[in-house]
Design a binder for this molecule. Structure first.
Ligand SMILES: [Fe+2]
Length: 245
């Protein structure tokens, strides 16, 4: 797996509290076959401290590197990104701060609120596309308006956005309606990534392995390979990803 959405960095937002727990997450990820994790701390508004995030990322990457050398253990490569809450000045922020993009590519992981679709959403996503950034919508299945009116989901893809579903949603951990929505869009091949969105080591393996099996049963092994691996590889190479429509 290439895990493009994961709260891996210790002491940052609601991720693991300690470096030890972050390292444990990388061990669990290795067991699940994850080769690359993009660590995506929540970024909301203008109140963020990249120096603090970079410092913790550096400590984690160093400790993971030592672990790899000492025990020759399989440790996933760690890259930096952000899960950015949509806001009216998002495009300007992305231009200014490279760390808001996924692994230094033109892909941007954008989070919508859970209850509404803000009025400026279309405008902000359009501006990003105009500047050649590619919005990846984080867990759209967890937005109540999208659940009700799937036409907005199609409109987002039509306008050049890519869709990232959470493994937990696919496994029914966010409710039956969310799971059934996931099944529909996966069967229609209208999904581009599945990520763990994990916050701890506890259920990482289960999230990654079981959700992949579920996607295979709904849409076949080839499609599962695309949304768990191939599109992630393309993203890391900053290549174009087909919208599947
Ligand atoms: Fe997240």
């Amino acid at each position: 797996m290439i895990d493009i959405h994961c709260h891996l960095i210790h002491g940052v937002d609601d991720g693991p509290p300690t470096l030890r727990e972050s390292l444990r997450m990388t061990e669990e990820a290795a067991k699940a076959g994850t080769k690359v994790i993009i660590a995506t701390p929540h970024i909301k508004g203008t109140d963020f401290d990249f120096d603090y995030i970079f410092e913790h990322l550096y400590d984690l990457a160093k400790a993971a590197g030592e672990k790899r050398r000492e025990s020759q253990a399989e440790v996933p490569e760690i890259k930096l990104g952000s899960e950015v809450a949509i806001n009216p000045i998002l495009c300007d922020q992305v231009k200014k701060y490279g760390a808001l993009r996924l692994a230094d590519t033109r892909y941007v992981l954008v989070e919508l609120p859970f209850d509404i679709i803000p009025t400026f959403t279309r405008d902000v996503l359009y501006k990003l596309r105009l500047k050649d950034y590619i919005p990846v919508i984080a867990h759209p299945e967890r937005n109540r308006q999208i659940l009700k009116t799937a036409s907005f989901y199609v409109e987002l893809i039509d306008s050049g956005c890519l869709m990232q579903l959470d493994a937990a949603s696919i496994l029914g951990k966010n409710g039956r309606a969310v799971k059934s929505f996931c099944k529909k869009v996966i069967k229609a091949n209208m999904v581009h990534f599945v990520a763990t969105d994990a916050h701890s080591s506890k259920s990482y393996v289960q999230l990654a392995v079981k959700s992949r099996r579920r996607v295979e049963s709904w849409a076949g092994r080839d499609f599962a390979e695309i949304v768990f691996v191939t599109n992630g590889q393309k993203l890391l190479r900053n290549e174009e990803i087909e919208s599947c429509l």
